[in-house]
Design a protein. Sequence first.
Lengths: 594, 109
Amino acid sequence: MSSSTLSTILFAVFVAFTLVLVFRAGRSTKKSSDFYDGGGSFSGFQNGLAIAGDYMSAASFLGIAGTIALFGYDGFLYSIGFLVAWLVALLLIAEPLRNSGRFTMGDVLAFRMRQRPVRGAAATSTLVVSVFYLMAQMVGAGALVSLLLGITDPGAKSWIIGGVGILMIIYVTVGGMKGTTYVQIVKAFLLMIGAILLTFMVLWTFHFNVSELLGAAAEKSGKHEAFLQPGLKFGKEILDPTSGLVDAGKTLISKLDLISLGMALVLGTAGLPHILIRFYTVPTAKAARKSVNWAIGNIGAFYLMTIALGFGAAALLSRTNLFRGYKADVTGCLIDAKGAPIVDGAAACTHLENVANLSADAKKLLVPIDPSGNVAAPQLAEFLGGGAGTTGGAIMLAVIGAIAFATILAVVAGLTLASSSSFAHDLYANVIKRGNVTQEKEVRVAKISAMVIGAIAIVLAIGAQSMNVAFLVAIAFAIAASGNLPAVLYSLFWKKFNTRGAVWAIYGGLGAALILLVFSPNVSGAETSLLKLSEVGFRFDYFPLANPGLVSIPLGFFFGWLGTVTSNERNTQKYAELEVRSMTGAAIGKAAVH
Amino acid sequence: MGSSEQDRVWAETQASPEFQDLKRKFRGFAFPLTVAFLAWYFLYVILTAFAREWIATPVIGNINIALVLGLLQFASTFLIMWLYERHSSKNLDAASEKIRDKVDKELAK
């Protein structure tokens, strides 16, 4: 049996199992509000696993392992930022949020403000952050489809991604928060098992000697000690092309970009709407705290294992395999979809490195493969099982591939739930209908918007680019940290904060992040940009950093402050209520009287 | 109970010494700790950006200072989680539940 058949079967088993859970959850959902918070009845341990399941996305499993495999130490920076970020959620956000909100991030932001402007802003930023995050997950899904099922035909790939999207819509609309939570728990469990298995096999290969593993990775990478040090990807020393000396200005910018990334990672988590609403699924603040503790334990253990996965892939897989942008055989000759060498004129073999020299006709035969390292982890699994073409290799590839698919599916479901909740509860019920809507109607709107958002995710996925998943997620984190975190923190802890402050904090931070992104090298000015310089011939990369966080996060805080002090609105009375509620959990789950 | 009476309960609770004490115990612990872990994290990030030579120094075998510092970030995260859990369960939970019960009782009147 080939690995693609086996992979499909394993994934089908996962889907069948989770569908049963979801339909049972759907049946036991009595109140319509259960759609949003799963009845608020999960335990701290269950929710901790579900948080881990919601958080450890394709970026963690595929993106970080891939970045470490390609660039060594620098990939590990993601792991550290993604973990330390949980302390912000633990110390400042989880408990007060559970105590003072009900269904969405907007609940807390709008608590003592004028409802319509604040909820409108909260819904906007929830949708923007979630769509960026969804895009990252879907890029991961596309990369996996090609590797696991050997499907490179864009048409067939689109069908599969469409299928994944439809499944996710079913999870969300039938199971609501309860069903989605079960899917997250199952997925977190599977992901941990898969990571432990791979880590164990990697360490076994290197006699449980981490130094030996690192040494082998450094050797194989061809970069030697530099592979184990920061600097191959982030904060590079940039040389002046004419003099060959270090260009001090450009080098400084490259280092500031590293700090910007670090800032976005550590401050982004506590601004992610799909993570924030998970705190509503437990009954008390104490349970919310316990669930963060469990999540930190799980997530921390997993990110420690990314060292073994990433450096293991670097040490064991061939570099051409990791870096290839097109399908090639073991000797590096480019091959077509059927596995035959691409013959170009007189040359029977064209090496990967010379792909640019191929004639236009021969280029049509190329089979593109994700060059950004997103498939390093599944490739490592195949190698550890015995290599390509062996039964063991096929089984391992299938198992890890199915887990990676489950990972993506679960995260995508969580994101869709967060955005449809916010759309229905903040935008539809409170902005459009001004609160005059039955809960049944509100949930129906949530389900319809889940379908629409699911459809958007499918379309984005089909048009997905070959960008590294971890990088795309880092952008989503920067937007969340700029648009959401300042407003959430001010709301909970600053007495003077008011409607204008909240609206300016959200739109100011969000707008700054998005505008800086448009004028960054991500979009124009380089060969790696969305608009390739050589293809479009113009550039507007006036902002030099790839990650906007360093500028846009302080701007979010600044706009929140500025809006607050320029407006006379003070709501001391409602702040008294918010403060007592958030610290004690009094009147928990009951909406504030407006 | 009318809305203005509810407002009175919230305001009186907020002004009460028990609540102010709870708030001080929470903020006095969580805020400095947040500043501390963020400073420690940014120190690490800044070192990886600007102290490349020092951070590349090997410690044992192929394990260098950069990796050790990274692992220490993991260790400090687990430590802070444990410290906060201990502080909350010892000094905050009971006081907060007591105020909650009192407020809920007054609101139900």
